[in-house]
Design a protein around this ligand. Structure first.
Ligand SMILES: O=c1ccn([C@@H]2O[C@H](COP(=O)(O)OP(=O)(O)O[C@H]3O[C@H](CO)[C@@H](O)[C@H](O)[C@H]3O)[C@@H](O)[C@H]2O)c(=O)[nH]1
Ligand SMILES: [Mn+2]
Length: 736
C-alpha cells in the first residue's frame, strides 16, 4: 500500500541471492587484480625477447580491456528488480476511464516479411482485452506493397469473426497462426467451442490460402482490386522507393457499422505507407515511426503508443492492462516514459544454436537496468507515453492528466482525415523541423531504439522493464548464422556509434541520468571494440604456442591460480545462471560459441564501418532480417546444424581462426608425444589448454569445412582461402 492508503497498481521486488553474487564478483575482482600484477611483474626482460615482449604487451592490454569491461558489466548485474502488476485494482479504479492506445506495427519488405505473418501480428494486437473504441492499430508498410494492403483488407474482414471468438473463449495467444499451431484441436470439454473452433479455423485457412496465393503471384488480381477503393492508389506507385503517401482507414472505429458479428465495436485499423522519393533519405524504421506518430496524432491521438515489429505478435491479451498498471499508478506513474517487455521467440530450437534468446540478458540485465533508472528501449514490445516519445521533458505536471485526454480529437470524416494525413506522411514534411532530432525517434543511427530510449531518459523520464509469466510478445529469430551475425553487426555498430557520438551516456548522461545507468549502458555500447582483444586472444597465444613463446605462468606455479580461478569462477557462474533460467548445458555451450563468433566477425566489421562512417566514407544502412527461409535451411535449423552456405568475409575470418588454432593444437599435441622437455611444456600448458578450448568450441566449423556435403556446408572458396591464410600465419610463427 502506498501513502494515504492508496493501493499501488504495481509492486517491485529485489532479486534474491545477491549476496552470493556480490561475493562472487568480489572474488573475481581479486583474481583479476592478481592477473594484472602478474603481467606487470613478469614483463619479459629486454635481452633477446623482443617478440615475446610485444606479444606480452598486447596480451596485457587485451586482459586490461577485458577486466575493465567485466568491471562495468557488474553495474548492470548488481541489483536486479522485478515488477508485478495488480490488474484487478486497475480495472476497479479506471475501467471506464482508460486512455486511448495507438498500436504501431512496422513492416518493410513483403518478400522477407510475408503479409500473412504481418496480419497475424495485426490480428493479435486488435484482439487485446481492452475497450475496442480505445484501440487504434496502424500498419506502416515501408514496402509500399499492395500485397500487404490486400492482406490487411482480408484481416479487417476476418477480425469480425476472430475478435468475438477470442473474447468468448478467452483464448491465448490471439495471433491465429500461433493459436492454431499450439492448439491443433479444440478443447473437447466444450461442444459449443468445438463447432465454432472448426468454422473459424476453416475461415482462417481460407483467408491464408487467398493471401498466400496472391503473394506467390506477386500481384493483386483485377477482381480483388474492385473490392476496395484503396487499390486505386497503386495506379500512382512506380516502385517501392518512389511513391506518394498512402493512408487508408480500413476500419473506422467511430462509425456505427464498424462492428463485429456480435455487434460489438471494432478497433480502428489504418494502413499507412509514407511517401518515398529517391532524393529523400527515408531513415528506415525511425522514419516510419515518426510518420506513424504524426498520422496517429491526427486520427486517434492515443496517449499511449505500443510499437511492435511485424513479426512480434502479442502473446498475452492482458499486456495493455499490465502496461497501464505502471502508467496509471498514482505514486510513480507520472515519471514513466515507457514500459519495455523482453522479446522472446517462437522458432527457437532446444539448444538455441545461434544464441538468439538472450536468456540472461532478458532475465537479469533488463531488470538490472530497471533498478538503475530504467531499461533501454529495444524496438519492439514497448509501450510509450506519447508525449515523452514526442520529445517532451519530464516535469511534475505530467501527473494525472489522463482524465482530460480520453476523448478523441478527430471529428472529420474518414476520407477528409486520409487526405490530411497524407501531408503528414510526406517526404518534405520534416524539412526544417525537429523530427528525427528532438522529436520522435532519432535519425542517423542503426539502433534508433537504443538512442531514442537513452535520450528520453536524459530528458528526465524513467522506464520500466516488465516480464509477465505469460510472455507478452513473441517474434521470429534469424535461422541462419549469417543472418544472425549481420543483425549483430547492425546492433553493435549502432551501439558503438552512440558511444562515440555526443549522446555518449558518460558525457550526455552526466547529471541527466544516474551514474549507475550511465555505466549500465556501456557494456552494450562497447560491444564492437571487444573484437580487437578477442581477435588477439584467440590468435596470438596459439601462434606463440607454435613458436614456443610462453605467455602464461607455468602450470605448477602459484601464478596460474588466479588465471584458473577467474576462468573457472566466471564460466561456472555463467553456466549456473543459464541453467537457472531454464537453459540447457548444450545451449550454454552454443551461446559461448556464438559470442566468440560475433566478437570476431560482427563486431569487427561493425568497428570498421563505424570508423569509415566517422571519416565520412560510409552511410547508415539497415539490412532487414529475413523472417522466412527455404525448406532445406529450415530443416537444418531444426536439427541444429550450423548454416554457412554462402561465401562471406565473415566466414573467412571464422574459418581462418578455426584452422589456425587447429594447426597449433595438433602441433602442440605432437610435441607432447614426442616428449620435448617437460619444463618447456609446463610453461606452455595454459596456452595449450586455451588453444584446445578454441578448437573444441569450433567443432561445428570443422564439420562445415570438411565433413558436410549439404548446401549449408562451408563454400569451398572459403575453405581454400582460410586454409591458405592459416598455413601462412602458422609458418611465419614457426620460422620467425
Ligand atoms: O526501412 C525500414 C527497415 C525496417 N523496418 C521495420 O523495422 C523492424 C525491425 O527490422 P528487423 O529487420 O526485423 O530488425 P531486428 O534486428 O529484428 O530488429 C531489432 O533491432 C532494430 C534496430 O536495429 C529495431 O528497429 C527493432 O525494433 C528491433 O526489434 C521490422 O518490423 C521492419 O519491418 C521498417 O519499417 N523500415
Ligand atoms: Mn526482427
Amino acid at each position: 500500500m502506498g501513502k494515504d492508503g492508496y493501493l499501488r497498481l504495481f509492486e517491485t521486488k529485489a532479486a534474491r541471492g545477491r549476496i552470493l553474487f556480490r561475493c562472487y564478483a568480489a572474488s573475481v575482482l581479486v583474481g583479476i587484480t592478481f592477473i594484472c600484477v602478474y603481467r606487470v611483474v613478469h614483463f619479459p626482460a629486454a635481452d633477446g625477447q623482443l617478440l615475446r615482449r610485444w606479444a606480452w604487451m598486447g596480451l596485457s592490454l587485451a586482459e586490461l580491456w577485458f577486466s575493465l569491461y567485466w568491471f562495468i558489466t557488474q553495474f548492470v548485474r548488481w541489483n536486479p528488480i522485478y515488477r508485478y502488476t495488480f490488474k484487478d485494482r486497475l480495472s476497479q479504479k479506471y475501467e471506464n476511464a482508460f486512455p486511448g492506445i495507438d498500436i504501431f506495427v512496422c513492416t518493410a519488405e513483403p518478400r522477407i516479411e510475408p503479409p500473412i505473418m504481418v496480419i497475424n501480428t495485426v490480428l493479435s494486437v486488435m484482439a487485446y482485452n481492452y475497450p475496442s473504441q480505445k484501440l487504434c492499430i496502424y500498419l506502416s508498410d515501408d514496402g509500399g506493397s499492395d500485397l500487404t494492403f490486400y492482406a490487411l483488407l482480408e484481416a479487417s474482414r476476418f477480425s469480425k469473426h476472430w475478435l468475438p471468438f477470442c473474447r468468448k473463449f478467452s483464448i491465448e495467444p490471439r495471433s491465429p497462426a500461433a493459436y492454431f499451431s499450439t492448439n491443433p484441436k479444440p478443447h473437447d470439454s466444450n461442444p459449443l467451442m468445438a463447432q465454432e473452433w472448426f468454422s473459424i479455423k476453416k475461415s482462417y485457412e481460407d483467408m491464408k490460402n487467398r493471401i498466400e496465393t496472391t503473394t506467390r503471384l506477386g500481384r493483386v488480381s483485377e477482381e480483388i482490386r474492385k473490392e476496395h477503393k484503396g487499390f486505386l492508389e497503386w495506379n500512382h506507385v512506380s516502385t517501392q522507393y518512389n511513391h506518394q503517401s498512402i493512408v487508408q482507414i480500413l476500419i473506422d472505429g467511430r462509425e456505427g457499422k464498424a462492428v463485429d458479428v456480435e455487434g460489438q465495436s471494432l478497433p480502428t485499423l489504418v494502413y499507412l505507407s509514407r511517401e518515398k522519393r529517391p532524393q529523400y533519405h527515408h531513415n528506415f524504421k525511425a522514419g516510419a515511426m515518426n510518420s506513424l506518430i504524426r498520422v496517429s496524432s491526427k486520427i486517434s491521438n492515443g496517449s499511449i503508443i505500443l510499437n511492435v515489429d511485424c513479426d512480434m505478435y502479442s502473446n498475452n491479451s492482458e499486456s495493455v492492462r499490465d502496461a497501464l498498471c505502471f502508467f496509471m499508478d498514482e505514486e510513480k506513474g507520472h515519471e514513466i516514459a515507457y514500459v519495455q517487455f523482453p522479446p522472446s521467440y517462437n522458432n527457437l530450437t532446444r539448444n538455441d544454436l545461434y544464441g538468439t534468446c538472450f536468456r540472461v540478458l532478458n532475465e537479469v540485465d533488463l531488470p538490472g537496468l530497471d533498478a538503475n533508472g530504467g531499461p533501454c528501449y529495444i524496438g519492439s514490445g514497448c509501450f510509450h507515453r506519447r508525449k515523452a516519445l514526442c520529445g517532451m521533458k519530464y516535469s511534475e505536471e505530467c501527473e494525472r492528466e489522463w482524465k482530460r485526454e480520453t476523448d478523441r480529437t478527430a471529428r472529420e470524416s474518414a476520407s477528409v482525415l486520409e487526405a490530411s494525413c497524407k501531408v503528414l506522411a510526406s517526404c518534405s514534411y520534416e524539412e526544417n523541423t525537429q523530427w528525427g532530432k528532438e522529436m520522435g525517434l532519432k535519425y542517423g543511427c542503426s539502433v534508433e531504439d537504443i538512442i531514442t530510449g537513452l535520450s528520453i531518459q536524459c530528458r528526465g523520464w524513467k522506464s520500466i522493464s516488465f516480464s509477465p509469466e505469460r510472455k507478452g510478445f513473441v517474434g521470429v529469430a534469424p535461422t541462419t548464422l549469417l543472418q544472425s551475425l549481420i543483425q549483430h553487426k547492425r546492433w553493435s555498430e549502432g551501439n558503438f556509434q552512440i558511444f562515440l557520438s555526443r549522446y555518449c551516456p558518460l558525457l550526455y548522461g552526466h547529471k541527466r541520468i544516474p551514474l549507475e545507468l550511465q555505466f549500465s549502458y556501456c557494456p552494450y555500447l562497447l560491444w564492437a571494440p571487444n573484437c580487437l582483444p578477442t581477435l588477439y586472444y584467440v590468435a596470438v597465444p596459439s601462434l606463440c604456442l607454435l613458436g614456443g613463446i610462453s605467455l602464461f605462468p607455468e602450470i605448477s606455479s602459484l601464478w596460474a591460480l588466479p588465471f584458473a580461478y577467474v576462468i573457472i569462477a566466471k564460466y561456472a557462474y555463467s553456466l549456473g545462471e543459464f541453467l537457472w533460467f531454464g537453459g540447457t548445458i548444450q545451449g550454454w555451450w552454443n551461446e559461448q560459441r556464438i559470442w566468440a563468433l560475433r566478437r570476431t566477425t560482427s563486431y569487427f566489421f561493425a568497428l570498421l564501418d563505424t570508423i569509415l562512417k566517422l571519416l565520412g566514407f560510409a552511410e547508415t544502412t539497415f539490412a532487414v532480417t529475413a523472417k522466412v527461409s527455404d525448406e532445406d535451411v529450415s530443416r537444418r535449423y531444426e536439427q541444429e546444424v550450423m548454416e554457412f552456405g554462402s561465401p562471406s568475409p565473415m566466414f573467412t575470418i571464422i574459418a581462418t581462426l578455426a584452422m589456425l588454432n587447429l594447426f597449433s593444437f595438433v602441433c602442440c599435441v605432437k610435441r607432447v608425444f614426442v616428449g620435448i622437455q617437460i619444463k618447456a611444456l609446463e610453461s606452455l600448458a595454459l596456452q595449450g589448454i586455451l588453444c584446445g578450448v578454441v578448437v573444441l568450441i569450433n567443432l561445428p566449423v570443422y564439420q562445415g569445412l570438411f565433413f558436410r556435403k549439404d548446401k549449408g556446408a562451408m563454400p569451398t572458396s572459403v575453405t581454400y582461402k582460410s586454409v591458405a591464410l592459416a598455413l601462412l600465419a602458422c609458418s611465419i610463427a614457426l620460422y620467425q
